[in-house]
Ligand binder design. Sequence first.
Ligand SMILES: Cc1ncc(COP(=O)(O)O)c(C=O)c1O
Length: 367
Amino acid sequence: MVPGNPSPIYVTQPSLAPLEELNRYLQHIWSTGVMTHNGPLVQQLERELADYLGLDDVVCVVNGTAALQLAIRALDIAGEVITTPFTFIATANIIAWERCIPVFVDIDPDTWNIDAAQIEARITDKTAAILPVHVFSNPSDIESIEAIAKKHRLPVIYDAAHAMAVNYRGRSILSRGDVNCVSFHATKLFNTGEGGACIAQNTEVAARIRRMRFFGFNENKEIVDDGMNGKMTEISAGLGLANLAHLNAVIRNRRYKYELYQALLRNCEYVTFQKFQPDEYNYSYMPIIFDTTAQLLDTMRKLNAENIFPRRYFYPSLHNVKLFESPFLPVAERIATTVLCLPLYDQLADSDIERICNTINKSSLAD
Ligand SMILES: Cc1ncc(COP(=O)(O)O)c(C=O)c1O
């Protein structure tokens, strides 16, 4: 701790139900001794998530990365996968891990999602899928992407790691594309500690993901498919059930805080925000863009000196990562080198948001 400063403020803190609500589920686990293997709490969480989201089926898995891996495998994707460079490394390295090649397309300067207008130029006879990310929960240009996918007969896997509880055009965003992959990591809006889910439109694909997450066993315990261990544990599912009961309140609270930041930074001429439709966003992150990297670094230094630790999500843009081959992508480069995610979580006080915004507002390099 920096002497004389209040407790550190990190970019996020998990949203957690009261401990006694989790205890109910833990007592159930302790009494049955069932810890895993598609146990009753995982099944209950899958049903409750499907109800909450208005979906037919949700397949819970061990984390969001495994969800992407299972989606790629269940659709038999082999070859080039068109994706965005402005995302967390998991999106691209799991494509490569599955022995596919990520092909990065530049992003839209306003939404920060893959620029659909540039996708067709990167389609070749090796293209096997399109894998957009709804960055910070902002819906990708779904209509254009799906029109291109249909024309070229390509499956669409959405990396919806951030997009839990987002409605797009009146329905869950997870009802689009071929498979959607969500993360329930501790830092996400809705968390199970580690966890995630696949939502597949086709029931056979969903059934295949269920088999693949369980070593390839079918319901009769016959080994009928490729498989790995992608199962969610009962403890994670219990935490998910406890947290799900509070999700609407969590979203309302984060939206209030997001809007407070927006109001307090409104007149800061070197800061801009991601563009989104207010009712098609879940307010799980508080990203801002500075005009220059120098302003970003200067502001970060000043915030760090006050014991406040925002994060550079997502930096660097993945077209710069040596593991991958990519042309230079100017918009992703500009956004990734000037974006900063400010602290946003349930317990963050209004007075802390005011303090953070004061520092940002006063942080012009002209000081
Ligand atoms: C865009 C994106 N994709 C995938 C993942 C991977 O999710 P997980 O951490 O649950 O494996 C993350 C998260 O952390 C993410 O931010």
